[in-house]
Ligand binder design. Structure first.
Ligand code: C2E
Ligand code: CA
Ligand code: CA
Length: 706
């Protein structure tokens, strides 16, 4: 645009200037002709009088007679010389020669400057002015002289009758000289125009550069933003113009990006990193460890029973505990650690440059120590039970997914073993997990093809030796191994969630069998079914139990559900209470299994609608031999009885154990002393044996499960 205007202005001035030079030449020859005619007419004593047109240019010189009016040769010479000098060109006077039919030169200026014309050539019909002069009109234009052109003004001299009798020619110089001058001027204009354009362009460039500099800076800031870099400062935000507006906009985008970044990478509850941050950091750490000798340790924290805090005190309190946990962890691990909360109560920490794990171990110990101190909140003092799995990178894993998995395996180990609360990953964890995975696949298939069977272990009243109840225990028949014990596959089923299908299968099979027995007139109080915590927590569990009872038309009180104290892990007492109440309303019996092996909170027993207490077999085994154990067993039986519960002693194997359970007033005894769990069809004969055989025989036979 700017360039176009400059070009237009230059072109226009070039045009105007060259027009001015042209006008200049025309004005000069007009003035010269005017002067010449005036000089000649006045200098000769008015023998001629000049005739001018409206613009004052001479049209002719008119004499007083029929003759050529000039006669005084000397005077004429001088006048023509004066004319020649005045106009700095040449001047010639011609007389019409009728015989030669040409204008013959009478005098000419003797001026010998470079511009003067000294030729004495007449003007004949070839001369460009001849025809015009002959008509009595003046001629202005180029006339050929010595093969060049001169700009000349020829004025006719007329007789008093208007006959052409001569002519006066004045010229102002060589035409090519005039054009050369004009060309020179034009060349100068052109050079000047080019110089102006170049100057304007340079000035424009410098100006634009200066003006665009802030834009360039803002563009590079925007570039940084786009590359995910956080520019510390957006320049020019203090300006009041459009650049300032732009900078403001960019500033707002920076803020927004900052917020988005926080949302995308920061855990809102604790301000620690979130899962995305954790995996990004983990990938970075592994990349660094691959390219150099840098190592890192990955610590995976988890808290046993954390969701119970949420259930009991509400999520807000849970969040405060998490926040304080993060603060404690940050104190222990320092600024070089990258801490992230990756799910509800899982924290993952990356510690740099720790190839032998010594730092990780000392930090883990310190963190366990610090986290053992209760969190003092307004509502209560809350304790958490942390466990830590540690993986060393790149020793244990080279990619993020594996690193996270192996740290998880180490965490599982730390949870499974009662010990320090932390565990380093070891390669055999991998083998174990593979075995577990294989077992899961096989178990899934066995469940689908209904290969799993139930055996029933009788519970006997020690006084009457009659059957009180039966516990359904699952069995997995294997060609190679006989029966795979539930202790091997129930934990896997629980880990993988398969326990839900498995539990449903057992519930249905046990109810079906119990209904069959009832129909057959077989007398028993109830069939007990073990319920795993995961199954118990299912929102539809109670509804489902009701449906199964209806399907098989089994009276609800013929079913007893056994839960262990593990149902309290991760679930508040209130929730457990609600579920138990629903079950109680259906009419099923409820039994607290393995009492004494876990939390053993007496409060549960007191507040919850249990009907039966099963004392963990560890209490009875050997209780008849040590006084302390016997007293403990005694106390628990007493407690159960005082709460009005049916007390079942589990794991009675010997005469002594049976006698003790019987003497302390247990309502039922379940154990190899009477019988191991047997298939349903073997049960009637086994019960007959129990009813009639002497005690010694029973003891000997019951050692081996049927
Ligand atoms: P539990 O519920 O405490 O079951 C009693 C376990 O003690 C049974 O082991 C039984 O065979 C064993 N037992 C009975 N009398 C004696 C004895 O005199 N001496 C000894 N040493 N042991 C005795 P089992 O059948 O191997 O079951 C182990 C555990 O597996 C059960 O412990 C229960 O927690 C779980 N389980 C078994 N069946 C199921 C089921 O259908 N569902 C669920 N969720 N868990 C089950
Ligand atoms: Ca049980
Ligand atoms: Ca038990």
């Amino acid at each position: 645009m700017v360039l176009c205007s400059i070009l237009m202005v230059s072109g226009l001035s070039y045009f105007e200037l060259s027009k001015a030079t042209n006008d200049n030449a025309v004005a000069r020859i007009d003035r010269a002709a005017h002067a010449a005619v005036t000089i000649l007419s006045t200098g000769t004593g008015n023998v001629v009088r000049p005739v001018f047109n409206a613009e004052g240019n001479p049209l002719a010189l008119k004499g007083n007679s029929d003759e050529f009016p000039f006669s005084d040769g000397k005077k004429l010479d001088r006048l023509i010389a004066v004319i020649g000098e005045t106009n700095q060109g040449a001047a010639r006077l011609f007389k019409w020669s009728p015989s030669a039919r040409s204008f013959e030169q009478v005098v000419h200026s003797s001026h010998t400057a470079e511009n003067s014309d000294t030729s004495a050539a007449p003007l004949n019909r070839k001369h460009p002015a001849f025809a015009i002069l002959k008509k009595g009109a003046p001629f202005v234009g180029n006339v050929p002289v010595e093969n060049r052109l001169r700009l000349a003004y020829l004025t006719p001299i007329l007789s008093d009758k208007g006959q052409v009798v001569g002519a006066i020619e004045i010229d102002v110089g060589w035409m090519d000289d005039l054009t050369a001058a004009e060309n020179r001027l034009q060349a100068r204009i052109l050079t000047a125009a080019i110089a102006i354009i170049a100057g304007a362009m340079l000035a424009g460039y410098l100006f634009l550069r200066r003006e665009l500099n802030p834009l360039r800076q803002l563009a590079s800031t925007a570039d940084e933003l786009a590359n995910g870099k956080q520019p510390v400062h957006v320049p020019h935000a203090d300006r009041q113009d459009e650049i300032g507006d732009l900078a403001h906009g960019l500033d707002r985008v920076t803020d927004l990006q900052d917020k988005l970044h926080k949302l995308a990478y920061i855990d809102q509850v604790t301000t620690a990193g979130n899962r995305a941050r954790y995996f990004a950091d983990l990938n970075d750490a592994l990349k660094r460890s691959r390219s150099g000798s840098f190592g890192a340790s990955l610590l995976h924290f988890d808290f046993n029973g954390f969701s119970k805090i949420n259930d009991t005190f509400g999520q807000q309190v849970g969040n405060r505990v998490l926040l304080q946990t993060y603060v404690r962890l940050a104190n222990v691990f320092g600024p070089s650690a990258q801490i992230a909360r990756i799910s509800a109560d899982d924290f993952c920490i990356l510690l740099p440059y720790d190839s032998d794990g010594a730092t990780a171990e000392s930090c883990a110990k310190r963190a366990l120590e610090l986290l053992a101190a209760p969190f003092k909140l307004d509502e209560a003092e809350i304790r958490v039970e942390p466990c830590i799995g540690i993986a060393l990178l790149p020793r244990d894993a080279e990619d993020a997914e594996t690193a996270h998995r192996v740290a998880g395996l180490a965490l599982r180990e730390a949870k499974a073993t009662d010990g320090s609360g932390y565990a380093f990953f070891a390669s055999h964890f991998n083998e174990r997990i593979q075995t577990e995975m294989l077992m899961e696949t096989l178990l899934r298939a066995a469940l689908k093809t209904r290969k799993l069977v139930l055996h029933y272990q009788p519970q006997i009243c020690p006084r009457s030796r009659t059957l009180t109840g039966l516990e359904a225990l699952i069995r997995w028949p294997s060609e190679k191994r006989g029966f795979i014990p539930p202790s091997e596959f129930i934990p896997i089923a629980e880990k993988t969630g398969l326990i839900l299908d498995l539990g449903q299968y057992v519930l249905e099979e046990a109810c079906k069998q119990a209904a069959r027995w009832t129909k057959a007139g077989f007398e028993f109080n109830q069939v007990s079914v073990n319920v795993s915590p995961l199954q118990f927590r299912q929102p539809s569990f109670a509804e489902n139990v009701k449906n199964v009872l209806e399907w098989y038309r089994l009276p609800a009180d013929k079913l007893c559900l056994e839960v262990t104290e593990n149902v309290f892990v991760d679930t508040s007492e209130q929730t457990v209470h609600d579920i138990l109440s629903k079950l109680q309303n259906i009419g099923v019996q409820l039994s607290l299994d393995d009492f004494g092996s876990g939390y053993s909170s007496l409060i549960y027993l007191h507040r919850l609608p249990f009907k039966e207490l099963k004392i963990d077999r560890a209490f009875l085994s050997g209780a008849d031999r040590t006084e302390q154990k016997e007293q403990l067993f005694h106390a628990i039986v007493g407690l159960g009885r005082s709460l009005g519960l049916r007390v079942v002693a589990e794991g009675a194997e010997t005469d002594g154990e049976f006698a003790l359970a019987s003497a302390l007033g247990c309502d039922s005894v379940q154990g190899f002393y009477f019988s191991a769990a047997v298939p349903a069809e073997n049960l009637p004969s086994r019960l007959l044996e129990i009813a009639h055989a002497p005690a010694k025989e029973l003891t000997a036979r019951s050692k081996r499960p049927a």
